[in-house]
Write a protein that binds this ligand. Structure first.
Ligand SMILES: NC(=O)c1ccc[n+]([C@@H]2O[C@H](COP(=O)([O-])OP(=O)(O)OC[C@H]3O[C@@H](n4cnc5c(N)ncnc54)[C@H](O)[C@@H]3O)[C@@H](O)[C@H]2O)c1
Ligand SMILES: Nc1nc(=O)c(N)c(NC[C@H](O)[C@H](O)[C@H](O)COP(=O)(O)O)[nH]1
Length: 226
């Protein structure tokens, strides 16, 4: 599976405010670019932190014919994936509507009744991970998604999930929009949170830069570790 991480950050590296409130970092040109990245993917993945903070829909802008063309005849929206160890996704979350298939990657820590309620609400629940309450096994989860026909995955965040994808060595490409603002806050989410690396840092090749709106998109391929 090819994994593309895309996120928007302030100049000081924050994905959102210290209240975890979503703030518009991207402008219209960047949101158009994000739609194109979504359109090229078979599925769009976020962590449950992002579901609880933003209640995103994670679909394509239906009005944007350019995006539909990009999907090269693939019908409908990409699938949606939530990494959610204990099944905290609300049963009335917008991603559980019938616009697209939604996979919830949970661990054994999600009680059977909760799995059933989420299935009833429209989710395809996949168990990927033992009863560790903090983490879904992303490598196992992505292998199962590959078996379901997902060859290209876009990861939209947040910072905990992006870090885990890097830590598991799953990321192939990274696109970061740097908006011309400072958000600040030592507890505000950043592009890569989690425990952080003290060795074997993922290293990147800068393969593109583009000015959009009043910010810049930095595009990287993952090189290795050093
Ligand atoms: N600017 C952007 O591009 C952007 C994109 C997405 C989210 N956000 C913001 O990020 C914030 C949410 O990010 P976050 O870091 O709090 O949460 P997150 O979305 O990264 O979800 C993290 C949660 O997922 C669960 N999880 C299960 N298995 C995991 C694993 N293997 N690794 C990591 N997490 C695992 C845990 O419950 C964890 O708390 C929100 O404020 C949202 O607005 C911004
Ligand atoms: N690219 C990008 N620029 C931003 O300025 C910003 N705040 C986000 N935030 C990502 C977050 O995951 C949002 O929740 C989804 O982008 C919402 O997705 P929908 O529009 O509901 O499909 N993403």
């Amino acid at each position: 599976m090819h994994v593309v991480v895309n996120a928007a950050q302030s100049v000081d590296g924050k994905l959102a405010t210290r209240n975890r409130e979503q703030h518009r970092i991207s402008g219209p040109e960047d949101f158009d670019r994000v739609d194109r990245v979504r359109a090229a993917a078979d599925a769009v993945l976020v962590g449950v932190g992002t579901i609880l903070a933003d209640d995103p829909h994670l679909t394509l802008d239906e009005e944007d014919r350019r995006v539909e063309r990009l999907r090269n005849g693939r019908a409908g929206h990409p699938a949606r994936v939530v990494v959610d160890s204990t099944g905290r996704t609300p049963t009335d979350a917008r991603i559980l509507d019938d616009a697209a298939t939604t996979y919830l990657l949970v661990s054994e820590a999600t009680p059977t009744e909760r799995r059933e309620a989420l299935t009833e609400a429209g989710a395809a629940v996949i168990v990927a991970g033992d009863d560790d309450r903090e983490c879904v096994d992303l490598t196992a989860g992505l292998d199962i998604l590959t078996d379901r026909g997902i060859d290209r995955l876009m990861v939209e965040g947040g910072g905990e999930v992006i870090y885990s994808c890097f830590a598991a060595g799953l990321v192939d490409e990274l696109h970061v929009y740097v908006g011309s603002m400072v958000i600040g806050g030592r507890n505000a989410p950043t592009l890569a949170d989690g425990e952080g690396f003290i060795e074997a840092f993922p290293t990147l090749d800068l393969v593109g830069t583009e000015r959009l709106d009043d910010g810049i998109v930095l595009s990287y391929e993952v090189d290795g570790r050093s």
